[in-house]
Design a protein around this ligand. Structure first.
Ligand SMILES: Cc1cc2nc3c(=O)[nH]c(=O)nc-3n(C[C@H](O)[C@H](O)[C@H](O)COP(=O)(O)OP(=O)(O)OC[C@H]3O[C@@H](n4cnc5c(N)ncnc54)[C@H](O)[C@@H]3O)c2cc1C
Length: 594
């Protein structure tokens, strides 16, 4: 089974040409993030992903993880790979230099996240959640907590987790019941959390849980949630490890995929009460958790991209090798990549993956601007854009990942369905992505409710305006790119039509808006993808005209963008129709007829 190879050329193209690294590296705090510095870092990350993380992927799938003697054990190869990951400083790549991180932009962190996740999704969930915990603590924790915990989390010596879910509280966090009681300078926490990713393990010396819990006299619902830091081992003032805290794993789930990522049931406070420290203010925990969740949503979208890329690499290599049938007009045996239907599948994968990558990295670059620009207007425009794109990245990319990892199996034929090729593992691993970090139904509601209706569509109108500006650049490149121009114009009009329809329905017909939300999210993703592919084609066309560079890559980029324009953008018609058509039968059908 071939190892994952990071798609470095496309990653660098997107970072430099579409996500605007030169602009990001002029922002205060990112002056050191120049192309010259980043090039060798990305090359080394690619090597690490292929040579260290990727070889552990099948092992994890086969061995899984277990609870033994009150703790989780994972394959020894995972622990060894994780140790090297931490020792190499990868955890701190995009963390603040105040806590010994490298202080690089999220844009670069997104590229390395794609590599880690493509190489081994189950293992890389551990540092992914850690980076979310680091972000939340940096923004919301007291200086004392930051000094004590952040350097060890940034170095990867300790790992952070995100603890929200309880049996009765999944999408609806207002139902959280885990209790917190003040006890001197800390709180005592008791109750049970379920489904906690990497909730216990021995790859790191300490596991730091960020937990949503409720004080006794707190208001009902999400307004009564507070965030607590609960370490597995208490930490002494000098940073050394103290007593074992009262938080224990009782079991791990048996799952469809990501077998070696422990999905834990955690019990807090079965004995004396788990010691926890307040992060931020009492009853303001959801806002703190949203800092972590917003980053994690972008990263889960990137997981969708990464697993699709890995599935594509396997399908492409197999298709170049497998001999079956003949092509029309020839008696010679054909490799299956010569068949038009296999080309359709591979090109669907390639074009969607490139659109997904550009969409995700552009979102990360907006986040960098939102956090680092010194101009307040630039900051708020970038914040608006990243907030708008985040549910699209989480929702659209992870939905597309289902289709693409399934195509990956299909290209392999019967061998894809058996486990040896690894194609089946990618499909199984990908299936969690539309579920966790807020299901895609919740992402769609967030996009339509908070990002569209709440600002009367101003943010999306601004983005549609920018899409229209891309047309002038495409036109200037002559008739070669006409099919791309036309598709972008059509897609943009469809997105605008659906947007206006939703704004018209507004708050008056919430059921119609809710049932349109998923199709609207898919429409938005398809059209934003078309926009990014159009921008990519424009750049590639210009590079070819100027001469120099990798002409094969640029020609391939233009053909791939044309395929997206002709074969993927038509999906937007169906999403639009479904969004604005009458969906009332779904609500009208009596419950007993389901
Ligand atoms: C492998 C794995 C790892 C996980 N890791 C973590 C973790 O590290 N930390 C953590 O806290 N949690 C974690 N989770 C939990 C995960 O985030 C939840 O499973 C997810 O948020 C959905 O909650 P639920 O399972 O209770 O489903 P429910 O909330 O019961 O949802 C069931 C269905 O109803 C839909 N639905 C629910 N409410 C609405 C609504 N208002 N409008 C429309 N549709 C709705 C959902 O979209 C879904 O399709 C993990 C779960 C798994 C399986």
């Amino acid at each position: 089974m071939a190892e994952y190879i990071a798609p470095l050329e496309d990653q660098k193209f997107v970072i430099n040409e579409l996500a605007g690294l030169d602009r990001i590296s002029r922002l205060p705090g990112f002056e050191h993030a120049t192309e010259d510095l980043l090039e060798p870092i990305l090359d080394e990350a690619a090597r690490f992903a292929s040579e260290v993380l990727s070889p552990t992927n099948t092992i994890g799938d086969r061995e899984g993880c277990q609870v033994e003697n009150g703790g989780v054990t994972v394959p020894a190869e995972f622990a060894a790979a994780y140790r090297l990951f931490a020792e190499s400083g990868w955890q701190g790549l995009d963390c603040s230099q105040d806590y010994d991180g490298m202080g690089l932009p999220s844009l670069i962190g997104s590229a390395t996240t794609e590599m880690w996740q493509g190489a081994n999704l189950a293992l890389s969930l551990c540092p992914m959640l850690n980076s979310g915990a680091i972000d939340a603590l940096e923004v919301h924790a007291s200086d004392e907590l930051k000094q004590l915990y952040l350097p060890k989390l940034v170095s990867g010596e300790w790992c952070g987790t995100m603890d929200l879910t309880e049996p009765q509280a999944g999408s609806d966090l207002g139902r959280i019941r885990v209790q917190a009681v003040p006890d001197g300078d800390h709180y005592k926490i008791s109750g049970t959390k379920i489904f906690i990713t990497w909730g216990d393990h021995e790859m790191a010396e300490n596991v730091i849980h960020l937990v949503l819990a409720r004080l006794r006299d707190a208001p009902e619902g999400v307004k009564g949630l507070s965030m607590f830091l609960i370490p597995k081992f208490l930490v002494n003032d000098d940073g050394s490890l103290g007593d074992r805290n009262d938080v224990f794993v009782t079991s791990v789930e048996h799952k469809l995929g990501i077998h070696a990522s422990p999905t834990c049931v955690l019990n807090y406070g079965d004995n004396d009460g788990a010691v926890g420290y307040l992060v931020g203010e009492e009853n303001r925990g959801l806002a703190c958790m949203f800092t972590m969740m917003n980053l994690a949503r972008l990263q889960v979208g990137i997981q969708g991209l990464a697993i699709s890329e890995r599935a594509y690499q396997a399908a492409r290599d197999y298709a170049k090798d497998r001999v079956q049938g003949q092509v029309l007009g020839s008696r010679d045996p054909a490799r299956i990549i010569q068949h038009a239907d296999i080309r359709r599948m591979l090109m669907t994968m390639k074009s969607l993956i490139e659109a997904m990558r550009a969409t995700a990295y552009v979102t990360a670059s907006a986040l960098d601007t939102a956090h680092h620009a010194d101009d307040a207007d630039a900051r708020s425009a970038a914040l608006e854009r990243s907030a708008l794109l985040t549910p699209i990245v989480k929702g659209w990319l992870t939905e597309v990942a289902q289709e693409l990892t399934s195509i990956g199996v299909q290209v392999h034929g019967g061998t894809g369905y058996v486990e040896e090729t690894g194609a089946a593992q990618h499909l199984r691993d990908a299936r969690i992505l539309p579920i966790y970090e807020g299901t895609n139904g919740i992402q769609a509601n967030d996009l339509v409710g908070r990002k569209l209706l709440a600002d009367s569509g101003r943010g999306i109108q601004r983005m549609l305006g920018e899409m229209a500006e891309t047309d002038a650049g495409l036109a200037a490149r002559g008739p070669d790119l006409d099919s791309i121009r036309n598709a972008l114009a059509t897609g943009r009009q469809r997105l605008e039509q659906a947007t206006n329809w939703l704004l018209d329905q507004g708050h008056d017909v919430p059921a119609r808006v809710d049932s349109a939300a998923f199709n609207y999210m898919m429409l938005a993703g398809t059209v934003v993808g078309a926009w990014q592919m159009a921008r990519a084609a424009e750049v590639a066309h210009g590079k070819l005209a100027a001469g120099g560079g990798n002409a094969d890559f640029y020609n391939a980029k233009i053909l791939t963008a044309k395929y997206y324009a002709e074969q993927i953008v038509p999906r937007s018609a169906a999403y639009l129709d479904a969004a604005v058509s009458d969906s009332s039968p779904a609500m009208d059908l009596p419950e007993d007829q389901f």
